[in-house]
Design a protein around this ligand. Structure first.
Ligand code: PDD
Length: 287
């Protein structure tokens, strides 16, 4: 079952007007929230980021935090999969085509769930291929906007090269992946770029940083140069759907030893343990 503007229905029955600004301009924001065994993971954090995105594009949040919380749980409950991800988007609504904001348009709210297929064991054991691509997106990559044409082109560049993700470089510095954040390991230190307008503040990124700190793993949050990316010992990508996934080749060359390194395995274990802990926690204490 999907949710559209206050109604529940099978996805085949869902319709939106062609003048929806999400369709015409990509004028909207979204979230992707993983849910494990019925528990939305880091829901509060996802909803806080949704609020930041809405504020940044000046769409008034149509619902309270409590209402969103309830709706996300209803989407999960209304679908059969053990692990799912909830996709939700809010657009500026339906109005005659004009770039300027319409007066009085009502935001369109759409939510659906899909089965969550986290990376298979083979990918975790062997790592995946990535390629570097110039980051040619706009300067507000911190907004989780549905205007994803640049990200689609960047992801397709990876696909065309037989890789699964593009590692984006802007002015000689690492930013992120086309749909993920990137971590580098050098000499036993985990390094990742800071949250700026050049990257999406990933929820998984935050979890990885928290876990690194809690387990006293050496961590640096700072700009990472292209040269450091190219001779990293390990590279990981992180996202709500890929969790912590090691990259074993970059532009066809091996990363480190050409197979996932020890810190990737460690972080993956910590991440899986953390997920289980959260799922066992009483409802009021759940992240
Ligand atoms: N993408 N950076 C970009 C550009 C992203 O699109 C994503 C996630 C991330 C990781 O964020 P998080 O850890 O909160 O998932 C970083 C989602 C999964 C998507 O668009 O499907």
């Amino acid at each position: 079952m999907i949710y559209l503007n206050g109604e529940w229905m099978p996805i085949e029955q869902a319709r939106i007007p062609v003048l929806d600004r999400g369709f015409i301009f990509g004028d909207g924001v979204y979230e992707v929230i993983p849910s494990y065994s019925g528990y939305p993971f880091r829901l509060r954090e996802h909803l806080a980021r949704l609020q930041s995105s809405l504020d940044a594009v000046r769409i008034v949040n149509p619902y309270s935090l409590e209402r969103w919380d309830e709706l996300v749980r209803e989407v999960v409950a209304g679908n059969p999969w053990e692990d799912q991800y909830v996709y939700l988007q809010v657009t500026r609504g339906v109005a005659p085509r004009d770039h300027a904001f319409p007066k009085g348009a009502k935001p369109t709210v759409f939510m659906m769930a899909n089965p969550l297929a986290t990376p298979p064991r083979s990918q975790l054991e062997q790592g995946v291929a990535a390629v570097t691509v110039a980051d040619n997106r706009w300067l507000r990559c911190d907004i989780k906007s549905t205007s994803l044409l640049a990200n689609c082109l960047l992801r397709q560049a990876a696909m065309d090269a037989g890789a699964v993700e593009s590692v984006l470089l802007r002015d000689g510095m690492l930013t992120e992946g086309s749909a993920s954040n990137i971590f580098v390991v050098r000499n036993g230190v985990i390094i990742t770029p800071p949250k700026t307008n050049f990257i999406l503040p990933g929820i998984t990124y935050d979890v990885v940083i928290e876990l690194a700190r809690a387990n006293r793993l050496p961590l640096e949050i700072r700009q990472v140069s292209e040269a450091e990316v190219r001779d990293a010992d390990e590279l990981w990508l992180t996202s709500s759907t890929k969790e912590v996934l090691p990259i074993s080749t970059l532009d066809g060359k091996p990363v480190g030893a050409g197979k996932p390194g020890p810190l990737a395995a460690r972080m993956n274990q910590l991440y899986q343990d953390y997920k289980r802990t959260v799922m066992r926690a009483p409802a009021h204490a759940r992240a």
